[in-house]
Design a protein around this ligand. Structure first.
Ligand SMILES: *[C@@H]1O[C@H](CO)[C@@H](O)[C@H](O)[C@H]1NC(C)=O
Ligand SMILES: *[C@@H]1O[C@H](CO)[C@@H](O)[C@H](O)[C@H]1NC(C)=O
Ligand SMILES: *[C@@H]1O[C@H](CO)[C@@H](O)[C@H](O)[C@H]1NC(C)=O
Length: 981
């Protein structure tokens, strides 16, 4: 891919000199001057945080970087001006706290509008700063734009408080009363808090940031515990009280050994390190009269076991509403019962001796409701026609679509989700016990026939999932579970039949993010796959990428994360989420370079199966690919190298022929015989990725060293796995051939067609793809690139077993999330209906069907692949909101030989747009842009060249072998028509 774009650049330079395509037509400075005053930086980012969706940006680095987008500019007729490019910028950073100018970049002549590194005075802890900036384009300058940010506590020495909790009782409510030290207004009040497993912060009975749940994020606590920060300035100023109360609720979360002990293959020794929940808080108040006050957690705080009697991430909660104390975090609170004790000082969860860290949670918290998902796309909202499930853009709160009674009242949400339900209008006698149970499926396996009335608990495996409430009997009571979540579509209410659909409201919970991708097609099967991808992805974004949300697992499996990362970054702005995950992988890396199958390391092995450990290199690579942020590559470079060297040490003992593995091509319909081929694939893939990273970072020594090594490995791969008796790899399985063909330079050029034919023949013979999670991620791009795009589409559109479509077109359930297995056979009764490891096909939707390749936001490629048959697919609409702006692609096939393609390229970016032949071995006859003919061919041997200059269009070239026609364009919106013969 890299090579191609470099080749393009060279060719384009040549073309530029030949055709002298005039650059000055792309800009009309006279017109833009009139509009110059209205342009301003937009979607400004501090680090990877968009200030438009984050009013309070907190950083933990001395060298943040800043990014922005350029406003669109229009000409007199209201047309978008093409080719807007930045020529310079000017950045100022001030301390709001002291007024001091920290950095004045001066005018910097540069086209860079992303990841501009701060180079001013040293930041201090707990300080508020402002960023003021503007940019320049030819002939005019933007308005100044100001955003605010603040720093966290850089050093653990800045923390004055103690961890508190209790070893004897389940002390999950903690409170204290504060006396203001000055009567003047508060200039700033900043809270820093960590509570593990989970916490909630209250001030005077008010829950701070109510949509935030299951905070702080789950980590390997002894290696790294996260804290967060709240700006409480306005909360405290609005209170206007001399005395005010602070409360902290605590939940067990992942700090409880139950979550470790119930898992698959428990690593119970880790669980033993953990104890009861604990909290650490520091509230720094600066008054207008310069008085400083610091409130911290210590043994003067009081605590009790609140109404929350039991909580478990897996098992649910028990809430005793008889024990609720209203306003327990208020200064005036007095409890009629003496249930409050002094909290104990507990040890820090972090093992500093072993290099552990206490650090700011840079990723967004888990949230519910509309604040959890910001919609950044301009395209399709709601459900495309014919798609089952609930719309993601409807605010994250679901109401049941149906109710019926079976040994309790059962409600169907019509959508599989991760979250929980709130039940209101509960009116029954004191001490009535009501239980909520959750399931993904209504299904009972009777002898030979299926009874749909049952609630299916088998796939929860060894856990019993229920939320229990004990009523106080005061009437009209409400119950909402806390510090737990479930994966479900159905909720069963037991012990209270008087419950109505309208009394149930269910919340989708996931790490906060922005929806940045839209992919909609003319085919309902693809649209349902996309729908299921989005929902299963969010269901498994719970401060780390989990495998599934319902059973006794929910672990941070690296393999699953590696397979879906590219798809994720097209659909969601989860950059900080995955940076947090990478940090956890790095934290858990052992001195020999080994990374583990899961982080936090709960199940699996270390070193990980190579297809799991590949997450380290793969996630790093795609974060760069989608953002262009080189610091990400730099940060994990040595760690990735150490992991590869760890694999190399293992490899030296076995060779590729016996490369170690744990899982092979997991969840395959037909396991390939040789799982060492599958793990060797990951190993070579990582070495190749490392070469690419080394190239970008200019580590020429490593480029050379690992390129040589890759050469050796690729020869060995072919030698040990190629099976000359069948002219295919290993057992000739689809997995084996797909993986061999997907690795660069493994299959010798002379054999490529033979191996490809073997794969195609096998797919056609069986009628489906037989591989698992590893090879299915590779097969779609492979077929599309190798001239078998029609077959790739046929596979993607299939609804027979095994296929993506079968997951929602079968007799068991029309799935609304992606399954863990291709099928739900009795021996897979425990399998999940909400996994993201098969979501890799979503990246193929964007890269090959819409054709959007972001290339680290350098020159991007727009290269939609076309099937020869238009019955398969005739329309795609796609959009990706990048750091530089919105990339939009829409294409329509009205006839076999013609295509309409509309493309929008954001300002300060250019693109190569490629048109593949619509007819086998076809040639382009005519290319029209915005109703004007760009190129036309009267005779077959005629060169296909640019016939006119047009704003924004730099050059055109045709690949004489493939017939692909490519245009180099500047920013702007273009509508093309092409005709082929
Ligand atoms: C206690 O304080 C809260 C507000 O902080 C107020 O709503 C409540 O009425 C007060 N209760 C009493 C008994 O004064
Ligand atoms: C629970 O019920 C008792 C009466 O039995 C009442 O005094 C108390 O205020 C109720 N608690 C709440 C939180 O409503
Ligand atoms: C912290 O780590 C050190 C070094 O690895 C170890 O010896 C010690 O036992 C650990 N402390 C705790 C409390 O686990």
């Amino acid at each position: 891919m890299k090579l191609t774009s470099e080749m393009f650049q060279i060719i384009i330079l040549l073309l530029l000199s030949i055709y002298n395509s005039n650059g000055d037509t792309v800009r009309n400075t006279d017109i833009s001057k009139q509009f110059g005053s209205s342009i301003r930086p937009c979607h400004v980012r501090i680090q990877h945080v968009d200030v438009d969706t984050h009013s309070d940006v907190v950083i933990d680095t001395y060298k943040p970087h800043f990014s922005w987008q350029l406003t669109d500019e229009y000409d007199n007729e209201g047309h978008l001006i093409k080719g807007i490019q930045q020529i310079g910028y000017h950045i100022l950073v001030h301390s709001i706290t002291t007024g001091q100018l920290m950095w004045d970049s001066g005018y910097v002549q540069s086209s860079l509008s992303t990841h501009i590194h701060y180079a001013g005075s040293l930041f201090t802890s707990d300080t508020r700063y402002s960023l003021t900036m503007r940019y320049f384009t030819v002939g005019h300058e933007s308005q100044w734009y100001t955003a605010r940010f603040r720093t966290a506590l850089f050093s653990f020495n800045d923390w004055k408080g103690q961890w508190i909790g209790n070893n004897d009782i389940n002390m999950n409510q903690l409170r204290t009363v504060i006396k203001r030290q000055s009567s003047s207004m508060i200039r700033s009040a900043t809270a820093y808090i960590s509570g593990i497993g989970y916490y909630q912060l209250y001030i005077e009975g008010q829950l701070i940031d109510p949509s935030r749940r299951l905070d702080v994020g789950w980590t390997t606590y002894q290696q790294r515990t996260l804290y967060v920060s709240y700006d409480l300035t306005s909360v405290l100023n609005n209170l206007d009280m001399q005395l005010f109360g602070i409360g902290i609720m605590l939940g067990q979360g992942w700090y409880n050994r139950q979550q470790w002990a119930i898992g698959l293959g428990p690593r119970i020794e880790l669980a033993k390190e953990y104890g009861p929940p604990r909290a650490l808080l520091q509230l720094n108040i600066l008054y207008e009269d310069n008085t400083n006050q610091s409130i911290v957690t210590d043994s003067s705080w009081l605590g009790r076991e609140g109404e929350h009697r039991f909580d478990s991430v897996y098992m649910g909660t028990t809430m005793d509403l008889r024990a609720v104390r209203l306003c327990w975090s208020c200064a005036n609170f007095t409890d009629p019962y003496p249930t409050w004790f002094n909290a104990s000082v507990l040890t820090s969860p972090v093992n500093f001796t072993a290099g552990g860290q206490f650090s700011l949670q840079i990723m967004d918290p888990i949230r519910i409701g509309p604040n959890a998902l910001h919609i950044a796309t301009s395209g399709n909202r709601g459900l495309p026609a014919g798609v089952n499930g609930a719309s993601l853009t409807d605010g994250g709160v679901l109401k049941p679509i149906s109710q019926d009674a079976i040994n309790g009242q059962v409600f169907d949400l019509g959508q599989n989700i991760a979250g929980w339900c709130k039940v209101s209008s509960l009116s029954a006698a004191k001490s009535t016990i009501i239980q909520l149970r959750y399931a993904e499926l209504r299904y009972s396996r009777g002898e030979n026939n299926i009874d749909f009335r049952g609630i299916y608990y088998e796939n929860l495996q060894s856990i019993a999932v229920m939320d229990t409430v004990i009523l106080n009997g005061t009437g009209n009571e409400t119950f909402e579970p806390l510090f737990t979540y479930h994966g479900f579509r159905y909720v069963l209410v037991n012990g209270y039949d008087n419950v109505n659909k309208d009394d149930i409201e269910c919340y989708l919970a996931h790490s906060e993010t922005r929806l940045i991708g839209n992919f909609t097609s003319s085919n309902v099967v693809l649209n349902q796959i996309q729908h299921n991808i989005l929902w299963s992805q969010l269901s498994n974004s719970m401060s780390l990428p989990t495998d599934c949300p319902q059973r006794n697992e929910r672990r941070g499996w690296l393999g699953d994360a590696a397979l879906s990362i590219d798809e994720v970054l097209y659909n969601f702005d989860y950059v900080n989420f995955y940076l947090n995950f990478l940090t956890m992988i790095a934290d858990n890396q052992s001195p020999d370079g080994a990374v583990s199958d899961t982080v936090p390391f709960a199940v699996g092995t270390s070193p990980a199966d190579p297809n799991w450990g590949t997450a380290y290199a793969t996630i790093t690579w795609y974060l760069y690919e989608h953002t262009g942020d080189v610091t990400i590559l730099e940060k994990y470079y040595l760690g990735i190298q150490a992991w590869i060297d760890c694999l190399t040490n293992k490899y030296k003992q076995t060779g590729l022929a016996h490369m170690f593995y744990n899982y092979g091509d997991w969840a395959a319909f037909q396991q390939p015989q040789n799982a060492s081929l599958v793990s060797s694939y990951a190993y070579l893939h990582d070495v190749y990725t490392f070469i690419n990273i080394s190239q970008i970072l200019n580590h020429t020594d490593n480029v050379q060293k690992y390129t040589q090594f890759y050469q050796q490995l690729s020869e060995e791969f072919h030698r040990v796995f190629y099976n000359t008796t069948i002219d295919a790899y290993s057992d000739g399985s689809q997995t084996a051939n797909t993986l061999a063909l997907s690795l660069p330079n493994v299959v010798p050029v002379t054999l490529r067609d033979i191996v490809l034919k073997s794969l195609i023949d096998e797919i056609l013979r069986t009628g489906y793809f037989t591989g698992g999670i590893v090879s299915v991620a590779a097969v779609y791009p492979l077929l599309s690139k190798e001239g078998h795009h029609d077959l790739a589409l046929q596979l993607a559109l299939s609804t027979s077993c095994p296929s993506y479509g079968y997951m929602f077109r079968n007799s068991i359930q029309n799935a609304t999330t992606t399954w863990e297995q291709w099928n739900l056979l009795p021996d897979q009764a425990g399998s999940s209906l909400n996994h993201h490891m098969f979501n890799s096909i979503g990246a193929w939707f964007y890269r090959y069907l819409a054709g959007i390749h972001l290339n680290a936001l350098k020159t991007i490629d727009i290269h939609p692949r076309m099937s020869y048959s238009i019955d398969l697919l005739d329309h795609i609409e796609a959009e990706v909101v990048t750091i530089k702006g919105i990339v939009r692609v829409e294409w329509k096939r009205l006839a076999v030989e013609s295509l309409t393609l509309s493309v929008t390229i954001p300002n300060n970016l250019d693109a190569i747009i490629s048109f593949d032949p619509l007819i086998k071995n076809g040639r382009c006859l005519e290319l029209i842009c915005n109703s004007e003919i760009l190129s036309i061919r009267q005779q077959a041997d005629e060169h296909f060249i640019l016939l006119r200059t047009m704003k924004g269009i730099i050059s055109l070239m045709e690949n004489s072998v493939t017939g692909t026609v490519s245009l180099h364009v500047m920013s702007g919106t273009y509508t093309f028509q092409t005709y082929w013969q």
